[in-house]
Design a protein around this ligand. Structure first.
Ligand code: KG4
Ligand code: ZN
Length: 350
């Protein structure tokens, strides 16, 4: 079945058509980076307004890039959460309206499940069921979570960040380093010429079980202290002694990636899996990709990562997940509201 997917959870407006949960027929993304850049972060109200403006044209473009007429669309899927409430509302409402108009089912998709599913859209990837049991690291600007799946659609949250997401840490660090927004690519570029031991930054802190809400503290993350450490490291010295920006960027990147590697390594050691999945915008980072590959190779686990076009927020992962039978469909889907705090594998997830 051909599913038209819609994604508007944050600052990317996206529409895509995916056949049979696997084959991407179109995948259009309008990034609002230039709109939010001057503010150093996403402005929720601006994001919602620009989704509203851009989405109709993107949906039309996503369909036109396929050879399909509207009658070729068998279902419509949209992101229900987590994300910014106003932004989510635009996509979810548009998805329901379009499905109603076309007379096809509507499927509400969890954004984190869609990120996880994005790896199964890559050429040569196994089917989700064949990759299980799996451990997944979802790392983006808004989320950092470690999840285990015994089978598709059944998740257990293993760990998460207690404060900033990994992508957010990159973004905030980039701002401190004067590298602009979004920070991840900027830090990675600056780090390319730097020494990852050039600036002493603290290792990931040991977390307290009292703060992790029942999750194993060894599988949780905290990045806000790292950002503060960078701020003080930059501030403490007279300008002549200021650390080289490239060294600082490389050291900061190294600290974030090492923390992620440590959590993933522990998750793999705690319970065996067939597959390690890494998804989300931060997986564009070469140092992280290489580190996770080493981890997986060392344990004889297959590593699946999305194609670059499916790492950041996109709608192919939404349409793909729905086409694979994930998400909430049926009669209940029509009355679902957005859920800005939706998680994956938590007791409150659905
Ligand atoms: O998945 P995504 O597009 O949006 C969210 O769902 O948040 O992820 C965006 C995040 C941003 O924080 C951005 O700085 C980060 O991914 N990012 C990177 C890289 N490219 C994007 N972080 C590290 N290295 C990169 N090359
Ligand atoms: Zn995302």
């Amino acid at each position: 079945m051909n599913v038209l997917g819609i994604e508007t959870s944050c600052d990317e407006t996206a529409a895509a058509v995916v056949a049979g949960g696997r084959a991407i027929l179109s995948n259009v993304v309008f990034s609002q980076t230039a709109i939010h850049g001057p503010y150093g972060g996403v402005v929720p109200e601006l994001a919602a307004r620009h989704h509203l403006r851009a989405l109709p044209g993107l949906i039309e473009e996503a369909r036109q890039q396929t050879t399909l007429g509207w009658e070729g669309i068998g279902a419509v899927a949209a992101t229900r959460g987590p994300g910014l409430a106003g932004a989510l509302l635009v996509g979810l409402t548009a998805g329901k309206a379009l499905a109603l108009r076309l007379g096809v089912p509507f499927v509400a998709v969890n954004h984190l499940e869609a990120h996880l599913y994005s790896v199964f859209l890559a050429p040569g990837a196994p089917a989700f069921a064949d990759a299980c049991p799996l451990a997944a690291l979802v790392v983006s600007g808004g989320h950092t979570a470690l999840v285990r799946a015994e089978q598709p659609g059944h998740y257990r949250l293993l760990g998460r960040t207690l404060d900033d997401a990994a992508g957010e840490a990159f973004d905030k660090g980039a701002q401190l380093l004067g590298l602009g927004y979004p920070g991840g690519p900027a830090v990675e570029r600056a780090a390319a010429g730097g020494d990852p031991r050039g600036l002493a930054l603290p290792r990931a802190p040991t977390l307290d079980a009292a703060d992790t809400g029942g999750l194993d503290p060894a599988l949780c993350f905290s990045f806000s202290g790292l950002k503060t450490a960078l701020r003080y490291a930059l501030r403490a010295r007279p300008p002549a002694d200021a650390p080289d920006v490239r060294d600082a960027a490389a050291s900061y990147q190294e600290a974030i990636v090492a923390a992620l590697e440590r959590g993933v390594g522990r998750a793999l050691d705690r319970a065996p899996v067939r597959t390690l999945v890494a998804a989300g915008g931060v997986v564009l980072n070469r140092r992280l990709r290489d580190g996770l590959q080493r981890l997986a190779d060392g344990r004889g686990v297959r590593l699946l990562m999305p194609e670059p076009a499916c790492c950041g927020d996109n709608a192919a992962m939404v349409a793909g997940a729905a086409g694979a039978g994930l998400g909430l469909g049926g009669a209940a889907a029509w009355t679902l509201d957005v859920c800005p705090t939706l998680s994956l594998g938590d007791a409150n997830a659905s």
